[in-house]
Design a protein around this ligand. Structure first.
Ligand SMILES: [Zn+2]
Length: 372
């Protein structure tokens, strides 16, 4: 009896070891293909924090997501600058819940606050320029409903990077969310900055736009370095939209693209393309920049992006390969809509939702994790 029992124990141990080894193999297979397997979405509102934690616990963790970027922006119960606090928004306590469940699954969760651009949407001015209207880059242009193109060239307002007081307001906010998240990464947005070096700005008129962009990025990067944190940004302002053919949204046609040569090499570039899997990632890798390839609401683009990044890492020399950091699902319809679409049966593959694209990504990750 004792011998039989011992044999069973040995057998169980063997299978446990085998199981652990297989899990490790699966993890390494995925890590090899995509060191970053990420999701970007707005932070949930206060009432939905528990539902979002459940989503992290039951869906993100088990489906191999290891990076979660939450857009906090200026919707936060800031304590460092009380005038910037949104009383009904999430704060330290809600973030602690999210961080705890992420930790359980080994997910690197960190915040995003839009710096420089995206300080308004349509005719709604964001919190920063509402509280500090003098920080605007365009004193004579207000937030407005718009068609594109329009005479003001209005898409979103920007803050003036050379305003002497702007960093004294935004950096304490950055420090606060970094501390509350316990994060070593921070995403500063910096996408679609159409107003930069504007003729109506007393500080910036006539200045080189690429240098203005690079100097602002470097200032943010250097500030984060003081907390040992790394800067992530969206990459569109560093791509020449004309030469590459990606146009004035996914790339820049307003003079910022030469900043690519001027910025520190330790910034992580989130290279986003939503209509097709444009191959601009090698441009960043060849410039010694780490790049994460991003998609949105087209499942085929998600699939193509995963295939492309996997190929780049497989066929490149080790130096180049090391710069392809992985893939990121972006969500631009809010946290609630992601969860609603995700849980609502199988999203239509052609339905144009972020959830449909995300499910395609998860399917591919799970298939890859199962490869022996
Ligand atoms: Zn300015």
């Amino acid at each position: 009896m004792k011998l039989a029992f011992a044999k069973i124990l040995v057998g169980i141990s063997f299978f446990l070891c085998l199981g652990t080894q297989l899990l490790a193999q699966e993890a390494s297979q995925l890590d090899k293909a995509f060191p970053v397997r990420g999701l970007f979405v707005d932070a949930p509102n206060r009432a939905r924090v528990d539902a979002f934690c459940k989503f992290i616990d039951e869906e993100l963790g088990p489906n191999h997501i290891n990076t979660l970027i939450l857009a906090v922006n200026y919707n936060y119960r800031f304590t460092s600058r009380p005038e910037m606090a949104s009383p009904n928004a999430i704060g330290k306590e809600e973030v602690a819940k999210i961080v705890e469940v992420c930790k359980k699954h080994g997910i690197n969760v960190f915040p995003l606050i839009n710096l420089l651009g995206h300080q308004s949407w349509s005719d709604s001015t964001g919190k920063l320029l509402s509280v500090y209207p003098d920080f605007t880059e365009t004193p004579n242009i207000k937030a407005q409903k718009f068609d594109w193109p329009n005479p003001d060239g209005y898409y979103c307002l920007s803050y003036c990077p050379l305003h002497p007081d702007v960093h004294g307001v935004v950096f304490p906010l950055v420090d606060e969310v970094l501390r509350d998240f316990g994060a070593k990464d921070f995403h500063a947005g910096m996408d679609e900055v159409f107003y930069i070096g504007h003729e109506s700005c007393p500080q910036c008129a006539g200045k080189d736009r690429a240098k203005l962009f690079a100097d602002e990025l470097t200032k943010i990067r250097d500030h984060l370095a003081g907390s040992n944190a790394r800067l992530w940004i969206w990459g569109d302002r560093l791509i020449d939209g004309t030469k590459t053919g990606v146009g004035e949204w996914e790339g820049a046609t307003n003079g910022t693209a030469p900043a690519l040569d001027m910025i520190p090499r330790d910034v992580v570039i989130c290279d986003w393309h939503y209509n097709r899997a444009e191959t601009t990632a090698p441009m960043f890798a060849a410039q010694e920049l780490d790049v994460v390839s991003c998609f949105w609401n087209r499942p085929q683009v998600a699939a193509d992006t995963l295939d492309a990044v996997k190929l780049f890492r497989n066929v490149s020399n080790p130096k180049m390969a090391g710069h392809y950091h992985g893939v990121l699902q972006t969500v631009w319809s809010g946290n609630d809509s992601l969860l609603r679409d995700y849980y609502n049966s199988e999203p239509d593959e052609n339905g144009g939702t972020a959830a449909a694209s995300f499910k395609r990504m998860l399917k591919m990750l799970n298939a890859m994790a199962g490869e022996k």
